[in-house]
Ligand binder design. Structure first.
Ligand code: NAD
Length: 366
């Protein structure tokens, strides 16, 4: 195959180390296999606290730039998620470029698993968007460095119900801070994205007597869940100005941005999506100034990583639940710190996580 000669002036400057989201990554691995068509990127952000653990996402990215940027943002997020949760794990993530519905097959998964294996445990993979427990089982055939495998094969299974439980804990803590009670009965909650995590979250809220409004691009799913949980449905993208008490982003990242932030009527934001703030510094502070209690995403969606960490540490369901329930207390601590230091809740959570990493690094360098 011949390749056109690329004029480097047509490329963005410093495409890897110069990316804003690069932010100190230790290692980035580009995986290419012509036989299976695999194109993947593994991002290892930080391994000070332990091996970099984070899921693999399979997605039809518009460009390789988008894929690179996504893996960098996600793997960095994993570093802070594990650090704030008190786990001895670093941050990593992988993306496979392609359509999970039409391009995923077992050979592709095995080849990807071989790339993971070549890192000798520095990166440990798990499930993310576009992947399923079954895919982890296939990867397990070629590498031990995978979590989230089937319960029948000794794994912890689907992490989504635990993730949803952690988000629910974070939401209750944020409600306690904002409304003076953590009881969600009578509260109006907009859940954007009712997939694996969103559905279980809807169940927790409706079981407690909350009124849920659901939004998704999957119309049959909306119809099914509105019947199942008696939830109201809102269609389309124009949802940010809805008159609700709580907004739970459970679909995509960056939904809190310049275009949406001034429309928000919700007084609490607590959801599962990663990287909800398009600009962590600017939008984190704007939410604080607007009096919106934002429960940091990387703190309250840590249930999934707590669940897969059990596979490495060998603890059971009771300990998984205990650690996940602790998200409630940590969220309250974050609100207190944000108030005391006049910083955003995102910054407060980030600072605690960074301190833990810095302290461990100092110990290692002694
Ligand atoms: N599954 C986990 O354990 C876990 C852990 C941590 C974080 N997260 C994050 O939580 C989010 C949800 O995860 P999931 O496992 O439920 O994913 P999922 O793919 O099962 O569900 C996502 C849902 O969002 C919907 N959606 C996509 N684009 C949308 C849009 N523009 N507007 C409204 N709805 C849209 C999809 O149709 C789907 O129903 C993701 O951002 C994921 O990264 C998940």
């Amino acid at each position: 195959m011949t390749t056109n000669i690329i004029d480097t002036k047509d490329l963005k400057n410093d495409p890897v180390f110069g990316q804003i989201s690069f932010d100190g990554h230790e290692q980035i691995v580009f995986c290419n296999d012509e036989d299976t068509g695999l194109k993947a990127i593994i991002g290892i952000h930080n391994t000070v606290l332990g091996p970099a653990l984070g899921g693999t996402r399979m997605w039809s990215y518009n460009s390789e730039w988008d894929a690179l940027n996504d893996v960098l943002r996600l793997s960095r997020g994993m570093t802070f998620k594990s650090a704030i949760t008190g786990l001895n794990l670093g941050g990593g993530k992988a993306v496979i470029i392609g359509d999970a519905k039409t391009q995923k097959n077992d050979d592709l998964m095995r080849r990807f698993g071989q790339f993971v294996d070549s890192l000798s445990g520095k990166y440990i993979t798990a499930e993310d968007v576009g992947m399923e427990t079954r895919d982890m089982d296939v990867i397990r055939e070629v590498t031990p460095h995978v979590t989230g495998i089937s319960e029948s094969k000794g794994g912890s299974g689907n992490p989504s119900p635990i993730t949803a439980y952690g988000v629910y804990m974070g939401m209750k803590a944020a409600a306690k801070y904002q409304f003076g009670t953590d009881n969600l009965a009578g509260k109006k909650v907009l859940v954007q994205g009712v997939g694996h995590v969103g559905e279980t979250l809807v169940k927790h809220i409706t079981d407690e007597g909350g009124q849920v409004v659901i939004n998704d691009i999957n119309l049959p799913r909306l119809e099914e869940l509105s019947k199942k949980y008696g939830a109201n449905v809102v269609l389309g993208n124009d949802i940010y100005g809805l008159d609700v008490d709580i907004y739970a982003p459970c679909a995509l990242g960056a939904t809190i941005n310049d275009a949406t932030i001034h429309q928000l009527k919700a007084k609490v934001i607590a959801g599962a999506a990663n990287n909800q703030l398009a600009d962590e510094v600017k939008h984190g502070m704007l939410l604080k100034e607007k009096g919106i209690a934002y429960a940091p995403d990387f703190l309250i969606n840590a249930g999934g990583i707590i669940n897969v960490y059990a596979e490495l540490e060998g603890y059971g369901k009771d300990e998984i639940i205990r650690k996940t329930e602790n998200i409630y207390n940590t969220t309250l601590d974050i609100f207190a710190l944000s108030e005391k230091e006049s910083i955003s809740t995102h910054r407060a959570a980030f600072n605690i996580a960074q301190n833990r990493i810095d302290t461990r690094k100092k110990e290692q360098n002694k």
